[in-house]
Design a protein around this ligand. Structure first.
Ligand code: AMP
Length: 326
């Protein structure tokens, strides 16, 4: 099967990205599927960006993608803006995108609320570009977090609309969620995200991770160690379930509900288990980021491979739309 997915170079990749997306990316790659994974720098500029920081973040996310286990020998890894036909197809799909649907997109509504004066057309049409990113490779599967489900619905709608208007050339791609569709943030209130500053970064050092975890929200009813807690509603227990063995989970449930352990002890155990995942990723990342030319080579080879497939689809689309004159 052909798999397509992307991530924005926003400067932080966190545990939400890992459990919501990367885990599936790696599994699909290792199962032998034909995977295209890209850095969505064109999506990133829907929010104001500094050009130098954007370039730095692009190399950093490339290093993180490799450090978590993506292998350029198995997967095609590239930068979105290196394949200009994504935006070319996006224009054609824009002319099929119902404006009412676009305005109903939850992410558009949330992001435009942050700074209404900065709301721009790109933010509104972002899901159409995302549809182009996917359809240009005629993807079968799109592994993403639940926050992308509505955008994938639009992708399928646009595939149907194009097929009905011109000719049936697009497949309707399936969305693939991981077991963990949404990782909650350290505030326990919303999904883990950079914008809300409630995240643990995949390449953060131990000191930083502990600093964040030690003050993270727990069961609000548990004020003292002697108060019995309720792990089912505790943010820290939800995170434990991603990282900890059954033995550790049983220890938390017994210790918390019977007031035998305090929240700090519980968090220390979680910390030990988190760094078992993040420390090796961080070590690999530091080696990779110190060799930017190797990263650029990987991205350049990826762009060449992606262009071959994307251009074929674009030629087909241009002919069908009536843009091929000679
Ligand atoms: P983004 O960082 O918005 O480019 O997202 C990259 C991928 O990570 C997408 O597939 C998102 O759905 C996924 N993702 C981001 N935040 C979370 C979260 N808190 N829980 C689960 N998946 C997430």
């Amino acid at each position: 099967m052909r798999v397509v997915s992307g991530i924005q170079p926003t400067g932080v990749a966190h545990l939400g990205n890992y459990f919501g997306a990367f885990a599936n990316w790696i599994e699909l790659q290792n199962a032998g599927h034909e995977c295209f994974y890209f850095i969505a720098n064109q999506h990133a500029i829907t929010i104001p960006q500094n050009n130098e920081i954007l370039k730095k973040n692009t190399l950093e996310i490339t290093a993180i993608m490799l450090a978590v286990g993506l292998d350029p020998k198995k997967s095609t890894i590239f930068i979105q803006s290196d394949i200009p036909v994504h935006t070319q197809l996006s224009w054609i799909l824009s002319c099929l995108s119902p404006i009412g649907e676009m305005e109903r997109m939850v992410q558009f509504k949330e992001k435009s609320k942050i700074d209404p004066s900065a709301t721009n057309l790109g933010l509104l049409s972002y899901p159409t570009l995302q549809a182009a990113d996917i359809l240009i490779y005629k993807a079968d599967l799109v592994p993403v977090g639940i926050d992308q489900a509505q955008h994938l619905e639009l992708t399928r709608l646009l595939a149907r609309k194009f097929n009905n208007t011109y000719k049936s050339i697009f497949k309707e791609p399936k969305t693939l969620h991981t077991k963990t569709t949404k990782v909650v943030g350290l505030d326990g209130a919303a999904k883990m995200s950079k914008g809300l500053n409630n995240y643990i970064g995949l390449v953060e050092d131990e000191k930083t991770i502990w600093k964040k975890l030690s003050v993270a929200m727990t069961d609000p009813a548990r004020k003292r160690k002697t108060d019995p807690g309720n792990p089912a509603i505790c943010n820290i227990y939800i995170l434990h379930k991603l990282f900890s063995s059954q033995k550790d989970l049983d220890w938390v449930v017994d210790g918390c509900t019977n007031a035998k352990i305090g929240c700090i002890e519980c968090k220390k155990k979680l910390f030990e288990n988190i760094i078992k995942l993040t420390n090796p990723i961080r070590e690999k990342y530091l080696k990779l980021i110190n060799n930017p030319n190797d990263l650029k080579d990987i991205l350049s080879i990826g762009a060449k491979k992606a262009t071959i497939i994307a251009q074929q689809t674009m030629d087909e689309v241009n002919a069908l739309v009536g843009f091929k004159y000679f």
